[in-house]
Ligand binder design. Structure first.
Ligand code: UTP
Length: 298
């Protein structure tokens, strides 16, 4: 108890193979969702929850990520000379957002391996992990609630989403016990991507975690699991089973809007949903969608 969480770790070193060839030379986290790369939504979410120290775990295409959160003098100078303050503000939006740090993962050996690369920077304090391809709608705050639960329980906390039966095989799935809070469950077991029909529940882990530093001790010894990757889910399963020294693992059940931008169909839906709510685009887009949809029914 007693730690104020200030560090966010954002793993963005995956190969993004589902999005090839778009992700051949740029990370999938740089794909635009309306007019901002997915990763900027995620950093903005961390900052909104009070986490201003952001460590990004990057891979072979790290330059685009680093450049996005840095100054781009030529462009800024050109816009300044033109007096285009509106566009200048957009360029600078991502520059002064947070205190950004980067570490390379080397080989992409799995999400658990990526998180372990953060151990030097994080030290022995609780920290948040936000997956760079999951967007949580800013109107439905999740991370601040998870940080609150972490503080109260002095445990590790994952975000859970209720998914249909035919989707459980795509996620880490939890076995849970109820607590006295409606949106909080105690996790007693976890399984990564269970075969269809074998999931212990419909509660799937989505890309937000608030973890105690003991996760690093577990990850150091973690053998490769599903897909030959070092899985964060496997480390969390061990932490759930050893709650006397890890504090255990709790889940916050999220009932808000979430967009998985690592999946092609969900990525397209995310753009449409977020753009429909925008003041500058919403009205025209919705009118077009209605016209387009009526054409589909014919
Ligand atoms: P995913 O499995 O969704 O990412 O990992 P991926 O491997 O890039 O995607 P596909 O399946 O090939 O399209 C979830 C998150 O973990 C990160 C990814 O960048 C993503 O944010 N990750 C995954 C790493 O940082 N390192 C890894 O070794 C694996």
């Amino acid at each position: 108890m007693g730690f104020t969480i200030s560090k966010a770790v954002i793993p963005a070193a995956g190969l993004g193979t589902r999005f090839l060839p778009a992700t051949k030379a740029i990370p999938k986290e740089m794909l635009a969702v309306v007019d901002k790369p997915a990763i900027q939504y995620v950093v903005e979410e961390a900052v909104a929850a009070g986490l201003t120290d952001v460590l990004m775990i990057t891979g072979r295409n790290k330059n685009a990520l680093e450049n996005h959160f840095d100054h781009v003098s030529e462009l800024e100078e050109t816009l300044r000379k033109k007096g285009d303050h509106e566009k200048l503000a957009k360029v600078n939006q991502s520059t002064d957002l947070a205190d950004m740090h980067y570490v390379r993962q080397g080989d992409p050996l799995g999400l658990g391996h990526a998180v372990l690369r953060a151990s030097m920077h994080v030290g022995r304090e609780p920290f948040a992990v936000l997956l760079g391809d999951d967007i949580i709608d800013a109107r439905d705050p999740l991370l601040s609630r998870m940080i609150e639960v972490q503080g109260k329980k002095n445990a590790s906390v994952v975000a859970l989403l209720e998914v249909p039966d035919n989707m459980t095989h795509l996620y880490g799935v939890a076995t849970v016990e109820a607590t006295d809070e409606d949106d909080v469950v105690k996790i007693t077991g976890l399984v990564e991507k269970p075969p269809q029909g074998e999931a212990p529940s419909n509660l799937a882990i989505i890309g937000r975690y608030v973890l105690r530093p003991e996760v690093f001790d577990v990850l150091e010894k973690q053998a490769p699991g599903k897909g030959g990757e070092i899985q964060l889910t496997d480390a969390l399963e061990k932490m759930a089973a050893a709650d006397e020294w890890t504090g255990g693992v709790y889940g916050v059940v999220f009932r808000g809007r979430r967009y998985d931008t690592g999946d092609k169909l969900d990525y397209i839906k995310a753009i449409i949903q977020l753009a429909s709510d925008r003041e500058d685009l919403g009205e025209d887009l919705k009118a077009w969608i209605l016209e387009f949809a009526s054409g589909l029914e014919k």
